[in-house]
Design a protein around this ligand. Structure first.
Ligand SMILES: Nc1ncnc2c1ncn2[C@@H]1O[C@H](COP(=O)(O)OP(=O)(O)OP(=O)(O)O)[C@@H](O)[C@H]1O
Ligand SMILES: [Mg+2]
Length: 564
């Protein structure tokens, strides 16, 4: 039988469609299969990642738990995120109130009630502390005596995403050890003083008594002339004993002073002949400030102090050298007063005595004011010169500071209180302090300073003026910073540095960055340094200790008027 053509065509079409669909189905199945496989793989990977994250979290938890310190973390809304086992004990918070999300306010209130902040109005204290947390000013390190007598140090740091992490460290043991050390040092100083007094007086008594005995013997032998000579020797010994007593009384700040309004420039120039006589081969230069304020001080004692300092300077320059006495009006600011014991901020008349001699080690400089501390050979120094200067300046409400570098020289700065004839008129004529000039657009300053305290102050000061600060402590680090930080606009460097000194460092720095602005810091009078040949006379310098306003003006000037 003949199959009609159209039937055959329909069948073929059907078969073809079925075949195509079957092919498609097969292909889809294999694709689904492939997806199934990659889904399972993804699941496995997610599982592994979750496992790793859980392990990491557990690891962190155990690290935080094993810290000997207390730790707490709050988020940007000041809600508790994390804490460890020691935190409630060290912070004085009942552990059972702590939970994730707890408001810091509750924690502070619990602490205030437990007496952690002393005898305070609880609500007022909570508000005050919350405010400090909110404004972020409570970041930093602080110390607190706890009700049970424990001394706690807490360090609070801001977190990148907002909030704080606080570490509580029990420093009771450290503080106890420091107290013991201080006490031991005090006893040693008293021992040294007593020993010194006993030793010197014993010698002088031996002179006095021995000569009286010899005079008696001479009298018995009817040797009148001999007796007279011995009595004069005895008197000499007694006079030296009286001088010793006077110097000790000066150190004890108990001497009879006769403070009068005094022009320190007049004292210095009036003494120059005497000083030149006393210092032998050493040359003397005086740099007296015009418009120097008056000071109120006992002029005779100031003379005696300057003589003591000049003789010390001479002794430090056995081969000759230069002694510089400078006067200037000076302002010691709050920051300086806070960093130095027993200094009131305010206006002073500065008299600086500098030499280019042997200098002192840090340890010797720290002890130089102690009575009987001397490095001079027996018979050369009694170790009472500087202690006398110290006692006199302190008793006059002034301040004295030694800056010294071994091998470079020493500057002793006397800050004498300013005398104001009529405080009312003075107050009226005083101009309001101008705001110190600040950074224009966050210029970067590279600071090189080997003294950690000065470095910290300089950094704080510059940052508060809006500068960006890169801090280094030596030349190598400074060069590395210059190579990697093109934004550096000013090099602020100490002149006296270990290794390459300031001017040597600047020479290399200028080869790398010609035209870079430079400002030197130094504790020595500029002309003493120029004289020593370490500094060109065009170099810009600022003298330590400097006030914030001085630093602000000097930095601005150095950046705006770079060397040509
Ligand atoms: N300008 C200086 N340069 C280097 N070292 C100094 C300088 N001034 C003081 N010293 C050190 O400080 C020590 C104490 O000085 P101080 O003037 O108190 O006593 P002295 O000079 O040793 O003895 P005295 O002044 O009683 O004769 C000195 O022995 C010396 O080591
Ligand atoms: Mg001396």
């Amino acid at each position: 039988m003949l199959i009609p053509f159209w039937e055959f065509a329909v069948d073929s079409l059907l078969v073809a469609t079925i075949l195509v669909m079957a092919g498609l189905l097969l292909r889809m199945r294999s694709r689904i299969r492939r997806h199934e496989i990659s889904l399972t793989q993804a699941h496995t990977a997610i599982g592994a990642a979750e496992e790793a994250a859980r392990a990491k979290a557990a690891q962190w938890k155990s690290i935080i738990a094993s810290l000997p310190d207390g730790l707490s973390v709050v988020d940007s809304d000041l809600r508790l995120v994390e804490w460890n086992e020691h935190m409630p004990e060290f912070a004085g918070v009942p552990p059972d109130i702590l939970r994730v999300g707890l408001d810091q306010e509750h924690i502070l209130r619990a602490q205030a009630i437990a007496g952690e902040f002393g005898q305070v109005d609880v609500e007022q204290e909570v508000r005050r502390r919350l405010e400090r947390l909110r404004t972020g000013i409570s970041a930093g390190t602080a110390e607190r005596r706890r009700p049970g007598g424990m001394t706690m140090e807490y360090r609070r740091n801001r977190l990148a995403g907002g909030g704080f992490v606080t570490l509580y460290t029990d420093i009771s043991e450290r503080r106890r050890a420091e107290d013991q050390l201080r006490q031991a040092q005090k006893m040693e100083a008293i021992g040294q003083l007593t020993g010194g007094v006993a030793h010197d007086f014993n010698n002088l008594l031996a002179v006095v008594m021995g000569n009286i005995e010899l005079a008696q013997a001479a009298l018995q032998a009817s040797n009148l002339l001999g007796a007279q000579q011995k009595m004069a020797d005895a008197q000499g010994g007694a006079q030296r004993a009286a001088t010793l007593t006077r110097r000790l009384i000066a150190f004890a700040r108990r001497q009879q002073l006769d403070p009068r309004p005094t022009d320190a420039n007049k004292i210095v120039s009036g003494m120059s002949v005497l000083l030149r006589h006393s210092i032998g081969d050493v040359s003397l230069e005086t740099v007296l400030a015009a418009d120097l304020w008056q000071t109120i001080i006992d002029p005779h004692q100031l003379e005696s102090a300057l003589l003591n300092l000049a003789i010390n300077a001479r002794d430090a320059m056995p081969g000759g050298g230069k002694l510089t006495i400078e006067t200037a009006n000076a302002y010691l600011d709050e920051a300086y007063a806070a960093a130095n014991e027993d200094v009131s901020p305010g206006q002073y008349v500065l008299v600086a005595v500098s030499d280019v001699g042997a200098g002192m080690s840090e340890a010797d400089a720290a002890r130089a004011f102690e009575p009987f501390f001397t490095t001079k050979e027996v018979g050369k120094g009694s170790g009472l010169g500087l202690s006398q200067v110290f006692g006199f300046i302190k008793q006059s409400d002034g301040h004295v500071k030694i800056y010294s570098e071994l091998g470079s020289g020493t500057t002793v700065k006397l800050y004498l209180p300013r005398y104001v004839a009529d405080p009312v008129i003075e107050a009226e004529t005083q101009v309001a302090p101008r705001r110190p000039p600040e950074a224009r657009n966050g210029e970067t300053v590279l600071v090189i300073e080997d003294d950690a305290d000065v470095l910290a102050f300089t950094m704080d000061a510059l940052e508060s003026l809006g500068y960006r600060v890169v801090a280094t402590r030596d030349a190598q680090a400074a060069f590395a910073a210059l190579d990697t930080r093109p934004a550096i606009a000013l090099l602020l460097t100490d002149i006296q540095l270990p290794g390459l000194n300031g001017p040597e460092l600047v020479e290399v720095a200028l080869q790398r960055r010609p035209g870079l602005a430079v400002l030197y810091t130094t504790a020595f009078p500029t002309n003493a340094i120029v004289h020593r040949g370490t500094l060109s006379s065009q170099a810009k310098t600022i003298h330590k200790p400097f006030a914030l306003a001085e630093l602000a003006a000097a930095v601005r000037d150095a950046i705006d008027n770079p060397p040509r």
